[in-house]
Design a protein around this ligand. Structure first.
Ligand code: ADP
Length: 402
C-alpha cells in the first residue's frame, strides 16, 4: 500500500512516497523554482540522488514530472500510478472548520479555497497541488492534513486577541497555531514511550526547527500554542521575529517609510536568529560563531533560549505543572547545548536533565531526564511527511472498512 505525500510551497513541490508499513520513504524529492526560467528537480531513492533541470510551468506539470520519475522504467519504484493507493496533502490552514485530516471532495476544496485569505502563501499552492493530484490521479483518494487542526481545541480565552471583537467576526483574526501535525505526533509518542495514558499527562512540546513553536498539551489536547494568526508569533525563529510589540512595527513603518510588503519581509525573512546575529538563520553557524566570541551570535542564542524558557514557564502555569517536556525538529533533536540551557533551572518544576544522556548522539526517540526526575524530558524525532502518510492511511482505511 503506497501513499504519496505532497507538500506544495509558493514555488516548490516536496514529495515522499511511503509504503505504509515502513517509516522510511521509498523515495522523496523536490521540485524548485516552478514557473521560473529553470526549474530544478532532485529525487532521492535510498542513497541515490538524481538531479534534473528544465522549465516546469505549473504545479500540474511538476507533479507529472514526479509521477514520471516514480514510474520510470530504469529508475522508478512503481510500475504505474495504479500502485499509489492514496495521496496525503499538507494543507497549512484549515481555519475554524477542520479538527482532523479529511477526505478531499469538491466541498472540502471550496473550504480550503475560502481560507486562502488567511494564508495566501500557503493555502493557494496547497490547493494547486490538490487540483493537480486530483486530475492526474483521478479516483485515488486524496486526504488533507492541516497544520492548524490539532490546535482547534484552544478555548476562546486563549485564541482571541484583545482587538475589537468585530475583527474576529469580520476577518476571523485569532490564534490558530501551526506545526499541529508535529506537536500531536510527539505528544502521542511521548505517552507511548512513557507507557502512560495521555489523559494523565501535562505535556509541553517544543518544535524547534527553522520555524519554531511550542504547545501546551493537557490530556492529549492542545490548550495553548505560541504561533498565532500566522506562523510569525511566539518563539524566535530562523528568520522570523516571534513576539513583538505591534507598536514597534508601526513605528518602524513610519520612520523608515516602509510599504506593507517590505515590513512583512523584515518580520518574516530578515529577523529572528538571522536578524539578531547578522550572520545566518542556521543555529549551527550561530553556535560556531558564538564559540569564536562573536557577541551578536551569542546574543542571538541567548534570546532564542530565553524565549523558549519563558514559554515553558507560562505553559507550566496554565497546565498546573509539567509531567513531560518534549524537544523535536532540527534544533530540538540535534542541539544538546540548546536543550541543556533551556532546561537549566527548571528544578522548581521538578524537572531535571541528565547531561550525559542529553549529549549522547542518537537519531531515535529517547529519554534525557535524570532517572530520579519526577518530570520527564524526551527527544522525539518528528517527520511531518511520515505522519501525514500515516494520518492519510487512517482516513483511507476507515473508507475501505465502510
Ligand atoms: P525546517 O523548519 O525548515 O524543517 P529543520 O527542522 O531542519 O528546519 O531545522 C533547521 C534548524 O535545525 C537549523 O537552525 C539547523 O541549524 C538545525 N539543525 C538541523 N539539523 C541539525 C544537525 N544535524 N545538527 C545540528 N543542528 C541541526
Amino acid at each position: 500500500m503506497n501513499i504519496l505525500v505532497i507538500n506544495c510551497g509558493s514555488s516548490s513541490i516536496k514529495y515522499q512516497l511511503f509504503e505504509i508499513k515502513k517509516k522510511v520513504p521509498l523515495a522523496k524529492g523536490l521540485i524548485e523554482e516552478i514557473g521560473k526560467v529553470n526549474s530544478f528537480q532532485t529525487h532521492w531513492i535510498g542513497k541515490r540522488i538524481i538531479k534534473k533541470k528544465g522549465k516546469i510551468v505549473h504545479y500540474q506539470q511538476g507533479l507529472e514530472r514526479i509521477l514520471d520519475f516514480l514510474t520510470d522504467k530504469d529508475n522508478g519504484l512503481i510500475k504505474d500510478t495504479s500502485e499509489i493507493s492514496a495521496v496525503g496533502h499538507r494543507v497549512v490552514h484549515g481555519g475554524e472548520k477542520y479538527f482532523e485530516p479529511i477526505l478531499i471532495n469538491d466541498k472540502v476544496m471550496e473550504t480550503i479555497r475560502s481560507y486562502i485569505f488567511l494564508a495566501p502563501l500557503h493555502n493557494y499552492p496547497n490547493l494547486m497541488g490538490i487540483e493537480a493530484a486530483r486530475s492526474l490521479l483521478a479516483g485515488v483518494p486524496q486526504v488533507a492534513v492541516f497544520d492548524t487542526a490539532f490546535h482547534q481545541t484552544l478555548s476562546p480565552k486563549v485564541f482571541l486577541y484583545a482587538l475589537p471583537y468585530e475583527y474576529y467576526e469580520k476577518y476571523r483574526i485569532r490564534r490558530y497555531g501551526f506545526h499541529g501535525t508535529s506537536h500531536r505526533y510527539v505528544a502521542y509518542e511521548a505517552a507511548k514511550i512513557l507507557k502512560k495514558p495521555l489523559k494523565d499527562l501535562r505535556i509541553i512540546t517544543c518544535h524547534l526547527g527553522n520555524g519554531c513553536s511550542i504547545a501546551a498539551i493537557d490530556k492529549g489536547k492542545s490548550i495553548d500554542t505560541s504561533m498565532g494568526f500566522t506562523p510569525l508569533e511566539g518563539l524566535v525563529m530562523g528568520t522570523r521575529c516571534g513576539d513583538i510589540d505591534a507598536a514597534a512595527v508601526l513605528f518602524l513603518m513610519r520612520k523608515e517609510k516602509l510599504e506593507i510588503n517590505q515590513m512583512d519581509n523584515i518580520l518574516n525573512k530578515q529577523s529572528g536568529l538571522l536578524g539578531i546575529s547578522g550572520l545566518s538563520n542556521d543555529l549551527r553557524e550561530i553556535q560556531r560563531e558564538a564559540q569564536k566570541g562573536n557577541q551578536r551570535a551569542k546574543l542571538a542564542l541567548e534570546i532564542f533560549i530565553y524565549r523558549v524558557k519563558k514559554y515553558i514557564g507560562a505553559y507550566s502555569a496554565i497546565l498546573g505543572g509539567l509531567d513531560v517536556l518534549v524537544f523535536t525538529a532540527g534544533i530540538g533533536e540535534n542541539q544538546p547545548h540548546v536543550r541543556s540551557r533551556i532546561c537549566q533551572g527548571l528544578g522548581f518544576l521538578e524537572i531535571y536533565l541528565d547531561e550525559r544522556e542529553n549529549k549522547t548522539p542518537s537519531k531515535s526517540a529517547r529519554l534525557i531526564s535524570a532517572e530520579t526526575s519526577p518530570g520527564k524530558i524526551l527527544v522525539i524525532p518528528t517527520n511531518e511527511e511520515a505522519i501525514i502518510a500515516h494520518e492519510t492511511w487512517q482516513v483511507v482505511r476507515r473508507l475501505v472498512a465502510r
